[in-house]
Design a binder for this molecule. Structure first.
Ligand SMILES: Nc1nc2c(ncn2[C@@H]2O[C@H](COP(=O)(O)OP(=O)(O)OP(=O)(O)O)[C@@H](O)[C@H]2O)c(=O)[nH]1
Ligand SMILES: [Zn+2]
Length: 308
């Protein structure tokens, strides 16, 4: 048994079932690890800073988990009553990836990620991939989000268009790619890290949806500092610890109007004299308001299941 002083500091860069891959020595060496017997408080995830004990077989045991600076957690699918899943730790920006086509962008899903990032105190940016397939209306969708002040880029992993913008977006930061399955997160990783072997999935020819090729997150260090985490694509992203009451405060574009509703509290769904509703179509984008109402109703539904 080694003493705590001899534990080696590292970062979890990949998880494979019960196995963890921990990068040590400034990311130069990967060590295959398992969890030790010590209680860590949290289940470690990619991005976590850990202390490992190196065995004689050069495999490691994770004995310590550093406090996280941030994490992205969602409600686990199926686990409507409180199951949660932390996707990644210690990132400073969530890069929400959507594709122009195949699959078409889902503003509702984008809004969920933005709400989750804001709730969990992480900056967000948008990356529209497959831009060589973009149609007329797609520019308008980009404009919705750039008007909100989010850094926002359009790229094509296929043609390489926009790669410089992507590199600039990621440089020096700890980013995680999130988004629907099949939007091209892993393809973008391949574009940024051409020397690393990563599996890219084929789209289902009928639905144009991804087939969930990436089943585990993977962290890759950028040459000029910072890193990028590729996370598995999902179809649904259940919000975690967001109440229906606070939802509007997590829509930054609603902020200028929140104090002006006639009734308070106002759910902004049906009340007369609602400032949010009356700003929709003028100062506020209808697509954002519609997204809000859908999320609000979903949260209400969950709350009524939970509290009866
Ligand atoms: N036309 C076009 N196809 C692309 C582009 N980027 C990725 N694809 C294709 O989209 C499909 C899905 O790509 P992936 O990179 O596996 O998508 P993903 O988001 O990582 O998917 P999951 O691992 O399921 O989350 C593959 O067939 C890619 O070849 C692009 O810029 N243009
Ligand atoms: Zn209102």
């Amino acid at each position: 048994m080694q003493t705590e002083a001899s534990w080696i500091a590292g970062t979890i860069v990949r998880t494979e079932g019960p196995e963890y891959v921990v990068a040590i020595d400034r990311g130069k060496v990967d060590v295959q690890c398992v969890l030790g017997r010590r209680r860590l408080g949290n289940r470690p995830v990619v991005g976590d800073k850990v202390g490992i004990e190196l065995g004689e077989d050069q495999r490691g045991t994770i004995n310590a988990l550093q406090p996280r600076t941030s994490e992205i957690t969602r409600a686990a699918s199926g686990g409507r009553r409180g199951g949660t899943k932390t996707i990644v730790a210690n990132i400073d920006r969530l890069v929400v990836v959507a594709s122009a086509q195949e699959p078409p962008p889902r503003p509702g899903l984008i809004d969920r990620y933005l709400v989750a990032a804001r709730k969990q105190g992480i900056a967000a940016a948008l990356c529209f991939n497959k831009w060589e397939l973009a149609k007329g209306g797609d520019e308008a969708l980009r404009a919705v989000y750039s008007k909100l002040g989010y850094p926002e880029i359009a790229v094509s992993a296929k043609t390489g268009e926009g790669l410089e913008d992507l590199e600039r977006l990621l440089r020096g930061r700890q980013s995680a790619f999130v988004g629907h399955s099949g939007v091209g997160k892993t393809s973008l990783m391949r574009l940024i890290f051409p020397d690393i072997e990563l599996r890219v999935g084929a789209l289902n020819p009928n639905t144009h949806k991804g087939k969930h090729t990436t089943t585990h997150s993977q962290l890759l260090a950028l040459p000029q500092g910072g890193y990028v985490v590729d996370t598995p694509g999902i179809r649904e992203f259940g919000l975690f610890e967001v109440s229906s009451e606070e939802l509007a405060t997590l829509f930054p574009d609603f902020e200028p109007y929140l104090e002006s509703c006639r009734y308070r509290p106002c759910s902004h769904t049906h009340e007369p004299g609602c400032a949010i509703k009356s700003a929709t179509g003028t100062g506020l984008e209808p697509i954002r308001y519609e997204g809000y109402v859908r999320l609000y109703e979903e949260l209400r539904e969950l709350e009524s299941q939970r509290y009866g």
